[in-house]
Design a protein around this ligand. Structure first.
Ligand SMILES: Nc1ncnc2c1ncn2[C@@H]1O[C@H](COP(=O)(O)OP(=O)(O)OP(=O)(O)O)[C@@H](O)[C@H]1O
Length: 250
């Protein structure tokens, strides 16, 4: 089995008296989708924020691509190949889909200033941007302003922007939120297409999507990882069914 790309061990994060992350260990292997599920307030966002460097754990260690990144700032983690969709980049609504991804490519290439003029003529920015749009199924919308994209297409665009730096690991925070059934199915197809090449940690409330996509699932309840395993193992886990999935949902 492949060595984990990301490996967090014994993470604890307290907010006053609340233990939001209660001794959680989790890992993501290359080429796998590991889903993190749990009810509202279970601590999913708090955990992911520690992985990205938005929050410092009180205790515990995080290794990524063979390095201890526990004390590295967010931008250094991004540079190592740890990307979070929806938060490291922001869509400029009046610019086209291609311009947005080209700007993200430019930012990842380490330019301290971002010039739209460059992204419009520099083929070294536009070629990877086109590939990003293709990877998420948006090539036909390259010249459409971001503001004219449907909700689902905007989320696809955000993922294309997160892919701009060719990350080894992508943290996806509810990519299916607000999508209809058809859009969700399309997104599931794109994510399946991306996973051969990189690891993904997926936070998602849509259980159909989670059970279709995930290779492994970890269930958080009150900050604790109560179970971790394959979708079949999670479905069959009595504690999970009782604490979270409920009869009929799993
Ligand atoms: N900065 C903070 N200060 C104090 N408490 C916080 C802070 N951030 C989160 N919490 C608390 O930590 C707990 C976990 O919150 P978190 O947002 O991580 O859960 P979640 O599983 O992501 O929830 P949701 O599914 O609703 O997004 C909650 O009780 C929340 O109120």
């Amino acid at each position: 089995m492949a060595e984990p790309l990301l490996s967090a061990t014994g993470l604890i994060k307290r907010f006053g008296g609340l233990v939001a992350t209660d001794n959680v260990s989790i890992d993501v292997r290359p080429g796998e989708i590991h889903a993190l599920i749990g009810p509202n307030g279970a601590g999913k966002t708090t955990l992911v924020s520690q992985l990205t460097g938005n929050l410092r754990p009180d205790t515990g260690t995080i290794h990524f691509a063979g390095r201890d990144i526990t004390h590295l700032p967010m931008h250094a983690r991004v540079r190592l190949g740890l990307a979070r969709s929806f938060q490291i980049t922001s869509v400029l609504r009046e610019f086209t889909a291609l311009d947005n991804v080209a700007l993200a490519v430019q930012a990842h290439a380490g330019h301290s200033f971002r010039f739209l003029a460059d992204t419009r003529r520099d083929e070294s920015l536009r070629a990877p941007a086109r590939r990003g749009l293709e990877a998420v199924g948006l090539p036909a919308r390259a010249n459409t302003p971001a503001s004219a994209l449907s909700h689902g297409e905007q989320r696809q665009l955000e993922i294309a922007m997160a892919l701009a730096g060719d990350p080894k690991l992508l943290l996806l925070d509810e990519p299916m939120a607000g999508m209809g059934v058809e859009e969700s199915q399309r997104m599931i197809g794109f994510l399946q297409g991306l996973k051969d090449r990189r690891g993904m940690l997926l936070i998602e409330h849509d259980m159909d999507a989670v059970f279709q996509l995930a290779d492994r699932i970890t269930v958080l309840v009150y900050g604790r990882a109560i179970a971790s395993g394959t979708p079949a193992e999670i479905r069959a886990n009595a504690e999970v069914r009782q604490a979270y999935l409920g009869e009929g949902d799993a």
